[in-house]
Ligand binder design. Structure first.
Ligand code: GDP
Length: 297
Protein backbone atom coordinates (compact mmCIF):
# COMPACT_ATOMS: atom_id res chain seq x y z
CA UNK A 1 0.00 0.00 0.00
CA UNK A 2 1.17 3.54 -0.70
CA UNK A 3 2.43 5.55 2.27
CA UNK A 4 3.07 2.54 4.47
CA UNK A 5 6.61 3.49 5.31
CA UNK A 6 5.88 7.20 5.61
CA UNK A 7 2.92 6.52 7.80
CA UNK A 8 4.88 4.26 10.11
CA UNK A 9 7.70 6.77 10.53
CA UNK A 10 5.51 9.78 11.20
CA UNK A 11 3.50 7.82 13.72
CA UNK A 12 6.70 6.76 15.46
CA UNK A 13 7.98 10.34 15.59
CA UNK A 14 4.72 11.55 17.12
CA UNK A 15 4.41 8.70 19.57
CA UNK A 16 7.29 10.06 21.60
CA UNK A 17 5.30 13.22 22.22
CA UNK A 18 2.10 11.69 23.53
CA UNK A 19 1.51 11.08 27.19
CA UNK A 20 3.82 13.86 28.26
CA UNK A 21 2.58 16.64 30.49
CA UNK A 22 4.95 19.13 28.92
CA UNK A 23 6.77 19.15 25.62
CA UNK A 24 10.15 20.80 25.37
CA UNK A 25 11.56 22.58 22.34
CA UNK A 26 14.03 19.72 22.17
CA UNK A 27 11.17 17.18 21.89
CA UNK A 28 9.63 19.16 19.05
CA UNK A 29 12.92 19.53 17.25
CA UNK A 30 13.54 15.80 17.43
CA UNK A 31 10.07 14.92 16.15
CA UNK A 32 10.28 17.56 13.39
CA UNK A 33 13.61 16.18 12.25
CA UNK A 34 12.20 12.65 11.99
CA UNK A 35 9.10 13.82 10.16
CA UNK A 36 11.24 15.87 7.79
CA UNK A 37 13.39 12.86 6.89
CA UNK A 38 10.34 10.63 6.46
CA UNK A 39 8.75 13.13 4.06
CA UNK A 40 11.93 13.57 2.03
CA UNK A 41 12.36 9.82 1.75
CA UNK A 42 8.75 9.54 0.61
CA UNK A 43 9.85 11.83 -2.23
CA UNK A 44 7.91 14.89 -1.16
CA UNK A 45 9.20 18.07 -2.80
CA UNK A 46 12.02 19.67 -0.80
CA UNK A 47 10.48 23.14 -0.61
CA UNK A 48 7.10 21.74 0.41
CA UNK A 49 8.77 19.81 3.24
CA UNK A 50 10.63 22.91 4.38
CA UNK A 51 7.48 25.03 4.59
CA UNK A 52 5.60 22.24 6.30
CA UNK A 53 8.22 21.72 9.03
CA UNK A 54 8.48 25.44 9.63
CA UNK A 55 4.71 25.68 10.24
CA UNK A 56 4.66 22.62 12.49
CA UNK A 57 7.46 24.02 14.63
CA UNK A 58 5.95 27.47 14.90
CA UNK A 59 2.59 26.14 15.95
CA UNK A 60 3.88 23.38 18.20
CA UNK A 61 6.04 25.81 20.13
CA UNK A 62 3.16 28.24 20.48
CA UNK A 63 1.46 29.11 23.76
CA UNK A 64 -1.72 27.17 23.02
CA UNK A 65 0.06 23.84 22.78
CA UNK A 66 2.36 24.49 25.70
CA UNK A 67 -0.51 25.38 27.98
CA UNK A 68 -2.85 22.60 26.92
CA UNK A 69 -3.54 19.51 29.04
CA UNK A 70 -2.37 17.10 26.40
CA UNK A 71 0.25 18.83 24.28
CA UNK A 72 1.15 15.63 22.41
CA UNK A 73 -2.39 15.33 21.04
CA UNK A 74 -2.28 18.99 20.06
CA UNK A 75 0.87 18.47 18.04
CA UNK A 76 -0.70 15.46 16.29
CA UNK A 77 -3.68 17.64 15.41
CA UNK A 78 -1.37 20.32 14.01
CA UNK A 79 0.45 17.75 11.85
CA UNK A 80 -2.89 16.36 10.68
CA UNK A 81 -4.24 19.81 9.77
CA UNK A 82 -1.08 20.84 7.95
CA UNK A 83 -0.92 17.56 6.00
CA UNK A 84 -4.53 18.08 4.96
CA UNK A 85 -3.78 21.66 3.91
CA UNK A 86 -0.79 20.48 1.90
CA UNK A 87 -3.12 18.31 -0.16
CA UNK A 88 -5.74 20.98 -0.65
CA UNK A 89 -8.00 21.07 2.44
CA UNK A 90 -11.31 20.16 0.81
CA UNK A 91 -12.32 17.75 -1.92
CA UNK A 92 -12.77 19.17 -5.42
CA UNK A 93 -15.31 17.98 -7.97
CA UNK A 94 -15.61 18.28 -11.74
CA UNK A 95 -16.82 21.55 -13.20
CA UNK A 96 -20.19 21.02 -14.84
CA UNK A 97 -21.20 22.99 -17.89
CA UNK A 98 -24.51 24.88 -17.80
CA UNK A 99 -25.40 23.34 -21.14
CA UNK A 100 -24.67 19.77 -22.12
CA UNK A 101 -22.21 18.40 -22.83
CA UNK A 102 -19.72 18.90 -20.04
CA UNK A 103 -16.38 18.49 -21.76
CA UNK A 104 -13.44 16.78 -20.10
CA UNK A 105 -10.05 16.74 -21.76
CA UNK A 106 -7.54 14.21 -20.44
CA UNK A 107 -3.84 14.89 -20.80
CA UNK A 108 -0.68 13.22 -19.55
CA UNK A 109 2.44 11.33 -20.46
CA UNK A 110 2.31 7.92 -22.10
CA UNK A 111 1.76 4.98 -19.78
CA UNK A 112 0.40 7.02 -16.90
CA UNK A 113 -3.04 5.44 -17.30
CA UNK A 114 -4.79 8.10 -19.36
CA UNK A 115 -6.85 5.83 -21.60
CA UNK A 116 -7.78 3.54 -18.71
CA UNK A 117 -8.79 6.58 -16.66
CA UNK A 118 -11.07 7.87 -19.45
CA UNK A 119 -12.94 4.57 -19.03
CA UNK A 120 -12.93 4.77 -15.24
CA UNK A 121 -14.34 8.27 -15.27
CA UNK A 122 -17.06 7.34 -17.78
CA UNK A 123 -17.93 4.34 -15.62
CA UNK A 124 -18.21 6.48 -12.50
CA UNK A 125 -20.37 9.11 -14.22
CA UNK A 126 -22.69 6.38 -15.51
CA UNK A 127 -22.96 4.80 -12.04
CA UNK A 128 -23.41 8.05 -10.14
CA UNK A 129 -25.47 10.15 -12.53
CA UNK A 130 -26.76 7.75 -15.17
CA UNK A 131 -24.67 9.84 -17.54
CA UNK A 132 -24.57 9.24 -21.31
CA UNK A 133 -20.98 10.05 -22.20
CA UNK A 134 -19.27 10.02 -25.57
CA UNK A 135 -15.58 9.18 -25.67
CA UNK A 136 -13.32 10.72 -28.31
CA UNK A 137 -10.19 8.84 -29.38
CA UNK A 138 -7.63 11.62 -29.73
CA UNK A 139 -4.52 9.52 -29.21
CA UNK A 140 -3.78 8.72 -32.83
CA UNK A 141 -0.07 7.97 -32.53
CA UNK A 142 -0.22 4.89 -30.35
CA UNK A 143 -2.06 2.45 -32.65
CA UNK A 144 -3.37 0.37 -29.77
CA UNK A 145 -4.87 3.39 -28.00
CA UNK A 146 -7.89 3.72 -30.30
CA UNK A 147 -8.59 0.01 -30.04
CA UNK A 148 -8.13 0.12 -26.27
CA UNK A 149 -10.69 2.93 -26.01
CA UNK A 150 -13.09 1.07 -28.29
CA UNK A 151 -12.85 -1.98 -26.06
CA UNK A 152 -13.61 0.17 -23.03
CA UNK A 153 -16.57 1.65 -24.94
CA UNK A 154 -17.90 -1.82 -25.68
CA UNK A 155 -17.50 -2.88 -22.07
CA UNK A 156 -19.33 0.18 -20.77
CA UNK A 157 -21.75 0.33 -23.70
CA UNK A 158 -20.84 3.91 -24.49
CA UNK A 159 -20.11 5.31 -27.96
CA UNK A 160 -16.53 6.03 -28.98
CA UNK A 161 -15.84 8.57 -31.72
CA UNK A 162 -12.72 7.80 -33.76
CA UNK A 163 -11.44 8.40 -37.28
CA UNK A 164 -9.04 6.21 -39.21
CA UNK A 165 -6.32 7.90 -41.27
CA UNK A 166 -7.03 11.38 -39.95
CA UNK A 167 -3.87 13.08 -38.76
CA UNK A 168 -5.43 16.30 -37.52
CA UNK A 169 -6.48 15.64 -33.93
CA UNK A 170 -8.23 18.98 -33.49
CA UNK A 171 -10.41 18.06 -36.50
CA UNK A 172 -11.27 14.67 -35.00
CA UNK A 173 -12.27 16.39 -31.77
CA UNK A 174 -14.39 18.94 -33.62
CA UNK A 175 -16.20 16.19 -35.50
CA UNK A 176 -16.63 14.17 -32.32
CA UNK A 177 -18.21 17.14 -30.57
CA UNK A 178 -20.69 17.53 -33.45
CA UNK A 179 -21.70 13.92 -32.97
CA UNK A 180 -22.13 14.50 -29.23
CA UNK A 181 -24.45 17.44 -30.02
CA UNK A 182 -26.51 15.33 -32.39
CA UNK A 183 -26.75 12.48 -29.89
CA UNK A 184 -27.32 14.84 -26.95
CA UNK A 185 -24.57 13.24 -24.91
CA UNK A 186 -24.25 14.92 -21.52
CA UNK A 187 -20.50 14.32 -21.18
CA UNK A 188 -17.66 14.18 -23.66
CA UNK A 189 -14.36 12.74 -22.51
CA UNK A 190 -11.43 13.31 -24.84
CA UNK A 191 -8.44 10.98 -24.76
CA UNK A 192 -5.28 12.67 -26.07
CA UNK A 193 -1.83 11.54 -27.07
CA UNK A 194 0.97 11.14 -24.57
CA UNK A 195 4.73 11.00 -25.00
CA UNK A 196 7.51 9.63 -22.89
CA UNK A 197 8.35 13.21 -21.98
CA UNK A 198 6.93 16.67 -22.56
CA UNK A 199 7.87 17.98 -26.01
CA UNK A 200 6.88 20.93 -28.14
CA UNK A 201 4.80 19.11 -30.82
CA UNK A 202 2.76 17.40 -28.10
CA UNK A 203 2.05 20.67 -26.29
CA UNK A 204 1.18 22.46 -29.52
CA UNK A 205 -1.28 19.70 -30.42
CA UNK A 206 -2.89 19.76 -26.98
CA UNK A 207 -3.26 23.54 -27.21
CA UNK A 208 -5.06 23.11 -30.53
CA UNK A 209 -7.40 20.52 -29.03
CA UNK A 210 -8.07 22.84 -26.10
CA UNK A 211 -8.88 25.71 -28.47
CA UNK A 212 -11.39 23.59 -30.40
CA UNK A 213 -12.96 21.75 -27.47
CA UNK A 214 -13.10 24.61 -24.93
CA UNK A 215 -13.14 22.00 -22.18
CA UNK A 216 -14.79 22.63 -18.82
CA UNK A 217 -12.15 20.41 -17.26
CA UNK A 218 -8.58 19.66 -18.27
CA UNK A 219 -7.46 16.77 -16.13
CA UNK A 220 -3.82 15.80 -15.96
CA UNK A 221 -3.25 12.11 -15.37
CA UNK A 222 -0.04 11.45 -13.44
CA UNK A 223 1.52 8.23 -12.26
CA UNK A 224 2.09 8.34 -8.50
CA UNK A 225 4.93 5.84 -8.87
CA UNK A 226 7.06 8.43 -10.68
CA UNK A 227 7.45 10.39 -7.45
CA UNK A 228 9.22 13.69 -7.69
CA UNK A 229 9.14 13.65 -11.51
CA UNK A 230 5.34 13.76 -11.36
CA UNK A 231 5.41 17.27 -9.91
CA UNK A 232 7.77 18.51 -12.65
CA UNK A 233 5.51 17.01 -15.31
CA UNK A 234 2.49 18.63 -13.70
CA UNK A 235 4.16 22.03 -13.73
CA UNK A 236 5.10 21.57 -17.40
CA UNK A 237 1.55 20.71 -18.49
CA UNK A 238 0.01 23.37 -16.28
CA UNK A 239 2.17 26.18 -17.61
CA UNK A 240 1.00 25.47 -21.17
CA UNK A 241 -2.57 24.29 -20.71
CA UNK A 242 -3.73 25.73 -17.39
CA UNK A 243 -5.04 22.38 -16.17
CA UNK A 244 -8.04 22.34 -13.85
CA UNK A 245 -7.21 19.24 -11.85
CA UNK A 246 -5.12 16.14 -11.39
CA UNK A 247 -5.83 12.43 -11.37
CA UNK A 248 -3.17 10.47 -9.55
CA UNK A 249 -3.00 6.88 -10.78
CA UNK A 250 -1.42 3.71 -9.40
CA UNK A 251 -1.84 4.67 -5.77
CA UNK A 252 -2.59 1.00 -5.18
CA UNK A 253 1.03 0.19 -5.97
CA UNK A 254 3.98 0.32 -3.67
CA UNK A 255 4.55 4.03 -4.16
CA UNK A 256 6.29 6.23 -1.65
CA UNK A 257 3.45 8.71 -1.96
CA UNK A 258 5.41 11.93 -2.33
CA UNK A 259 3.55 12.99 -5.46
CA UNK A 260 0.20 12.88 -3.69
CA UNK A 261 1.59 15.05 -0.94
CA UNK A 262 3.38 17.70 -2.95
CA UNK A 263 1.65 18.04 -6.31
CA UNK A 264 -1.06 20.32 -4.99
CA UNK A 265 1.36 22.56 -3.11
CA UNK A 266 3.67 22.83 -6.13
CA UNK A 267 1.08 23.42 -8.86
CA UNK A 268 -1.78 24.95 -6.89
CA UNK A 269 -4.10 22.56 -8.75
CA UNK A 270 -6.27 20.07 -6.87
CA UNK A 271 -6.09 16.28 -7.01
CA UNK A 272 -9.66 15.32 -7.93
CA UNK A 273 -9.46 11.53 -8.22
CA UNK A 274 -7.04 8.73 -7.52
CA UNK A 275 -6.65 5.50 -9.48
CA UNK A 276 -6.45 2.48 -7.22
CA UNK A 277 -6.11 -0.42 -9.66
CA UNK A 278 -6.51 -1.59 -13.24
CA UNK A 279 -10.26 -2.24 -13.23
CA UNK A 280 -12.75 0.34 -14.52
CA UNK A 281 -14.26 0.60 -11.04
CA UNK A 282 -10.91 1.50 -9.44
CA UNK A 283 -11.34 5.27 -9.31
CA UNK A 284 -11.92 7.22 -6.11
CA UNK A 285 -12.73 10.80 -5.29
CA UNK A 286 -9.80 12.37 -3.46
CA UNK A 287 -10.33 13.68 0.08
CA UNK A 288 -7.27 15.43 1.55
CA UNK A 289 -8.49 14.99 5.14
CA UNK A 290 -9.04 11.25 4.71
CA UNK A 291 -5.63 10.84 3.14
CA UNK A 292 -4.02 12.72 6.05
CA UNK A 293 -5.85 10.51 8.57
CA UNK A 294 -4.73 7.44 6.65
CA UNK A 295 -1.12 8.56 6.92
CA UNK A 296 -1.34 9.39 10.61
CA UNK A 297 -3.18 6.14 11.35
P1 GDP B 1 -1.88 5.72 -21.27
O1 GDP B 1 -0.69 5.44 -22.15
O2 GDP B 1 -1.62 6.90 -20.38
O3 GDP B 1 -3.16 5.83 -21.99
O4 GDP B 1 -1.95 4.49 -20.25
P2 GDP B 1 -2.94 3.25 -20.18
O5 GDP B 1 -4.32 3.66 -19.86
O6 GDP B 1 -2.76 2.39 -21.39
O7 GDP B 1 -2.37 2.50 -18.88
C1 GDP B 1 -1.05 2.01 -18.79
C2 GDP B 1 -1.02 0.84 -17.79
O8 GDP B 1 -1.27 1.30 -16.48
C3 GDP B 1 -2.07 -0.22 -18.08
O9 GDP B 1 -1.51 -1.49 -17.88
C4 GDP B 1 -3.15 0.07 -17.03
O10 GDP B 1 -3.89 -1.08 -16.69
C5 GDP B 1 -2.31 0.54 -15.87
N1 GDP B 1 -3.05 1.41 -14.92
C6 GDP B 1 -3.77 2.52 -15.17
N2 GDP B 1 -4.26 3.05 -14.03
C7 GDP B 1 -3.83 2.26 -13.01
C8 GDP B 1 -4.00 2.29 -11.58
O11 GDP B 1 -4.63 3.18 -10.98
N3 GDP B 1 -3.41 1.27 -10.88
C9 GDP B 1 -2.68 0.28 -11.49
N4 GDP B 1 -2.12 -0.63 -10.73
N5 GDP B 1 -2.50 0.26 -12.82
C10 GDP B 1 -3.07 1.21 -13.58
Amino acid sequence: MAFENLSERIQKALKNLTGKGKISAEDINTASREIRLALLEADVNFKVVKDFIKKIKEEALGKEVQESLNPGQQVIKIVNDELTKMMGTSSTTLTKSKHIPTIIMMVGLQGTGKTTTVGKLANQLIKQEKARPLLIAGDIYRPAAIEQLQQIGTELQVPVYSEQDQKNVAQIVENGLKQADQNKNDYVIIDTAGRLEIDEPLMAELEQVKAVAKPDNILLVVDAMTGQAATDVAQGFDSRLDITGIILTKLDGDTRGGAALSIRAVTGKPIIYTGQGEKLSDLEQFYPDRMASRILG
